[in-house]
Design a protein. Structure first.
Length: 365
């Protein structure tokens, strides 16, 4: 069994209650037979002061439950729909083939897994001081990401999946849009690599609070039987090739969002596909004026174009409007009955988009 076949994903939920009780409830539920790599917790703090307090509370809980094996921890300020709190857990099965190390850089836990197939880095929960603007936060966070990669003998071009959470993503600070400021900082960081295997799969999504927060997976394969493949969607223009018509202002520079529509990790057993945040875009234009159900249908068509007949293992659905939750949940229950699915309230990177979906798919050989 290849290493990527031993990667697994679970979703845990806590019903609405007092925050400390919900948080403890989540942690007590975690029962996986393997090495926990990442915890991603979604909640709805009232303001940034409470966000930072709750982030610290979660860090204390993770220390309590995981001792010296601290996974990556990200607390995302997005209300989870239908639950008080939701937590994704990323983990790998235990195997004698793997050397697993829990490490830290500048106070941020990360995990390194090495085996005959390659070297795998799981990092994230990376943030900066909220007193800074989006541009400065992004630059500082990318510097930390670069430090982790350098420490482990990898570079930016080895990132295969990246999650970018950006407070009020479509808002403006004077003449500069938040998402465009982030894209400019990302482009600057990525400029140091060749990207021979394409840019990472990625999500750029809004949060209510918390500034900029970044998670990433990076891979350096050793085995010739393993490879990394960027996946294009013939129905869309690649995001990194967008024209200036769909870019926003952020100072004198307007760079494109540097990501692939999906990224496949291929082995002799099959492939695992990271599906980027996907929305109702054809070419480079948003589908507007049609309502959330039609946007959902186009989004799922785009995802199927990327993964073909691969199994959709886990999906994360971002909805701009809470009132759309029931209808989209019913559609997902019908269309993806075997998939693990979570729902968040979030702004998408374009103000006209009502829904975005990301996930992971698998296909056996």
């Amino acid at each position: 069994m290849s290493y990527t076949d031993r990667l697994h994903y679970s979703i845990y939920r806590a019903a609405s209650d007092e925050f400390p009780l919900m948080a403890e409830n989540l942690m007590r539920q975690v029962a996986v037979d393997g090495h926990v790599l990442r915890l991603v917790i979604f909640g709805s703090p009232e303001d940034n002061e409470q966000y930072m307090e709750r982030r610290s509370f979660f860090r204390g809980l993770v220390q309590k439950y995981f001792k010296d094996c601290l996974p990556v921890l990200s607390y995302v300020a997005q209300p989870s729909l239908g639950d008080g709190l939701v937590m994704e857990v990323h983990y790998c099965e235990k195997s004698e083939k793997d050397e697993v190390k829990y490490k830290s850089f500048a106070g941020f836990p990360y995990v390194v897994v090495e085996n005959d197939e390659g070297r795998f880095i799981y990092a994230g929960g990376l943030y900066s001081d909220l007193v800074y603007d989006i541009d400065t936060q992004s630059s500082e966070i990318f510097a930390a990401a670069g430090g982790i990669l350098q420490e482990e003998g990898l570079e930016a071009g080895d990132i295969v999946r990246q999650w970018n959470y950006i407070e009020r993503i479509t808002d403006w600070d004077g003449p500069c849009q938040h998402y465009q400021m982030f894209n400019n900082a990302r482009s600057s960081f990525y400029a140091c690599s060749d990207w021979e295997n394409g840019y990472p799969a990625a999500t750029g999504i809004g949060t209510d609070l918390g500034g900029v927060l970044i998670d990433f997976d990076a891979v350096k394969f050793h085995s010739p039987s393993c490879s990394i493949t960027p996946i294009d969607n013939r129905l869309q223009i690649a995001a990194h090739a967008y024209s200036e018509n769909v870019l926003k202002e952020a100072g004198v520079v307007k760079t494109t969002p540097k990501f692939e529509r999906a990224k496949s990790l291929d082995s002799c057993d099959g492939r695992m596909i990271y599906i980027s945040g996907t929305a109702a875009i054809r070419g480079e234009d948003s589908l507007t004026g049609v309502g959330v159900e039609r946007q959902y249908e186009i989004t799922m068509e785009n995802i199927r174009e990327l993964v073909s007949d691969a199994d959709l293992e886990i999906l994360r659905v971002y909805l701009k409007h809470i009132e759309d939750y029931d209808v989209i949940r019913r559609r997902m229950d019908c269309d993806c009955p075997e998939s693990l699915v979570s729902f968040m309230r979030s702004d998408v990177c374009r103000s006209e988009l009502l829904i975005e979906i990301e996930g992971i798919a698998r296909q056996k050989r």
